[in-house]
Design a protein around this ligand. Structure first.
Ligand code: DAH
Length: 339
């Protein structure tokens, strides 16, 4: 029995020492100490040993078991330590290496220009409101003094969804929508996308952006319009910017004008940028037509107002000296990265 135990012990220890993986140790544990393990079966055969020898042999079995258990545990700890060290060596992080800069996107020139326009008008107490791109003919035309057979309706080359519904050709319908709400005074700008069935070229696109502006209050005069828009031009294009108003016609304003700013490239002397005129057109404007006020439920005897419409792309193109509008829509990363 003693020899048998020694043989078991030696064999077990040899196997343990030769193990190079934790799973192998587990197999060894089962093979020797498990329910059907070798040492367990020796313990079971203890009943065949002479009663007087049993305590001694029993002790020997227990010693062997303890020895194997200790060695198993030591080896397990050593293997675990080694595995951990290997893992740490593998996953080593050099915290002194320079970090990787995450790539952040760029604002689109249109977005930058819009942010600036908004900042200027918000600074003057205007609120920013947005409206639907799919609009009723009634708001896009009718309530802006553009009746069914008005030439402006063709001029604007409208995308019709059906007889009553269009893709808005201008942000001006937001004038009617705001006035109709009946909350006075009004001081708002309304930026957004507009649509016209134009062919794409360097200065045209079937979809572009405008910023509408409207102020309605008692005692608003043409002087307020001029002062406000001149201030806008200065903040947008520089303190030295001069403005010029040219008479024009828009059905929903009377009188109407287009505003030019002195060319900020050449200061008004004339250059390629302003086509040698020294002036650049940037918006349409005018005093809100009394008939429009009336149609929207405002008494033109009590209230007056002015309105303006800015072409956002125009501002962005001017500001960044971009000579082809298509660049704004192609979203070529190499182009956008510059802003
Ligand atoms: N809606 C006009 C257009 O698309 C621009 C415009 C002109 C808007 C004069 C206005 C305005 O509010 O007063 O051409």
């Amino acid at each position: 029995m003693k020899e048998k135990l020694e043989k078991i012990r030696e064999e077990a220890l040899r196997q343990i020492d030769a193990s190079d993986a934790l799973e192998k140790l587990n197999d060894i544990r089962v093979a020797y100490l498990g329910k059907k393990g070798e040492l367990t079966s020796v313990l079971k055969s203890l009943k065949d040993v002479a009663p007087e020898d049993r305590p001694k042999v029993g002790q020997m079995v227990n010693d062997t078991r303890a020895l194997i258990e200790t060695r198993l545990e030591e080896t397990r700890a050593a293997l675990a330590k080694k595995a951990r060290e290997e893992q740490l060596a593998r996953e080593v992080i050099d915290v002194t290496l320079p970090g990787k800069k995450p790539e952040i996107g760029h604002s689109h020139p249109n977005a930058i220009a819009l942010r600036e326009v908004e900042k200027i008008f918000v600074g003057m107490g205007y609120e920013v409101i947005e409206g639907p791109e799919i609009e009723y003919d009634e708001y896009n035309f009718e309530k802006l003094n553009i009746p069914a057979n008005h030439p402006a309706k063709d001029e604007q080359d409208t995308f019709y969804i059906n007889k009553e519904i269009v893709l808005r050709t201008q942000t001006s319908p937001m004038q009617a929508r705001t006035m109709e709400k009946g909350k006075l005074p009004i001081r708002m700008i309304s930026p957004g996308r507009v649509f016209r069935s134009d062919n794409v070229d360097a200065t045209h696109s079937p979809s572009f952006h405008q910023v509408e502006g409207l102020i309605v209050d008692r005692h608003i005069t043409l002087a307020d319009l001029k002062g406000t828009l001149a201030e806008f031009a200065k903040q947008m294009f520089g303190e030295d910017t001069k403005v010029k108003f040219r008479p024009h016609h828009f059905p929903f304003t009377e009188p109407s004008a287009e505003m030019d700013v002195s060319c900020f490239k050449c200061g008004g002397k004339g250059c390629r940028f302003c086509k040698d005129s020294g002036w650049i057109e940037i918006l349409g404007c005018g005093m809100v037509h009394p008939h429009v006020l009336e149609m929207c439920g405002i008494d033109p005897e009590q209230y007056t107002g002015f309105a303006f419409g800015i072409g956002l792309e125009r501002i962005a193109l001017l500001k960044y000296e971009i000579d082809d509008m298509r660049l704004l829509y192609e979203n070529d990363i190499r182009f956008l990265r510059q802003f």
